[in-house]
Design a protein. Structure first.
Length: 276
């Protein structure tokens, strides 16, 4: 007995030609987009079930294996003889995600090592496990930011940096007490708050932190004068006032840290510890 051949879900045969089934193609597109957005295979199977469509004529409901087969089927985007339902760009993203491979290099890879937590000043780790939703984690204080897109962060950093290029005086000027504080002061203040909020306050530890913070604040106040590091920054900024794109080499030379804020805005700490 000749084995019955099944058409891929989303297609039908009309007059010897493969054609798209409109309702089924909409579900396929939804599956691809939502999978890329982080929806699980199990949840996608439930969504498919709710449409009332059948994966096969004799299929009894939907399961995650059926969803996986759809996501892995190149016939939905790879051309003849089946008309494409999914764009090649979308299919490639999903394929990378399915294979557990890294997505194309992040546009902010060059500045990732400079990212810092606004709460404690420690390095932030980029978590792309749920790509395209990108989260940032601080292992020291447990702060978690996101999701943010790499493009939005790059735009925010570029805007700040190009503004510095146009206004080199920002390397020595400040707009308020918050901008005068170094990350060390921010970290110490955070530790003092945590210590005071404990049920049993340790007087000696608290006093030590307060004195250290006060000493750091005094040192920061002395940074108002133009020192050699500030002069170095301003010298390097010469000739960049008309830049329209960020010079990455210059960025690496004068930017110490990129402080990522919870809502996606950024601050830049220069090599002279000024924060803009």
């Amino acid at each position: 007995m000749k084995k019955k051949r099944y058409l891929p879900f989303g297609y039908q045969m009309i007059k010897g030609q493969y054609e798209v089934v409109p309702e089924e193609s909409k579900l396929i597109q939804k599956i691809f987009h939502q999978y890329l957005a982080g929806i699980s295979l199990q949840r996608l199977a439930k969504i498919a079930e709710e449409t009332g469509l059948k994966f096969r004529e004799n299929a009894n409901g939907w399961n995650k294996n059926m969803i996986a087969r759809i996501l892995d089927d190149e016939r939905y985007w790879n051309g003849e003889p089946f008309p494409p339902i999914i764009s090649r760009e979308l299919a490639i993203k999903v394929t990378h995600l399915r294979r557990g491979k890294a997505m194309p290099e992040s546009p902010i890879r060059f500045l990732q090592k400079k990212t810092a937590c606004p709460q404690c000043g420690e390095h932030l780790s980029r978590n792309s496990k749920d790509f395209p939703r990108i989260f940032w984690n601080c292992k020291k204080c447990g702060t978690r930011f996101g999701p943010f897109s790499d493009v939005d962060i790059l735009k925010a950093v570029s805007h700040k940096f190009l503004n510095l290029c146009r206004n080199p005086g920002l390397a020595e000027e400040t707009e308020g007490i918050d901008n005068q504080l170094s990350l060390k002061v921010t970290r110490l203040t955070h530790e003092i708050d945590q210590t005071l909020n404990q049920r049993q306050v340790e007087p000696e530890k608290t006093l030590s932190l307060i004195l250290e913070c006060a000493a750091e604040k005094y040192q920061v106040c002395q940074m108002g004068r133009l020192d050699h590091r500030t002069g170095n920054i301003q010298n390097q900024l010469k000739g960049h006032s008309e830049d329209r794109e960020m010079d990455r080499q210059l960025f690496n030379q004068i930017i110490e840290k990129v402080i990522l804020e919870p809502k996606g805005s950024v601050k830049l700490q220069l090599i002279n510890e000024k924060i803009i």
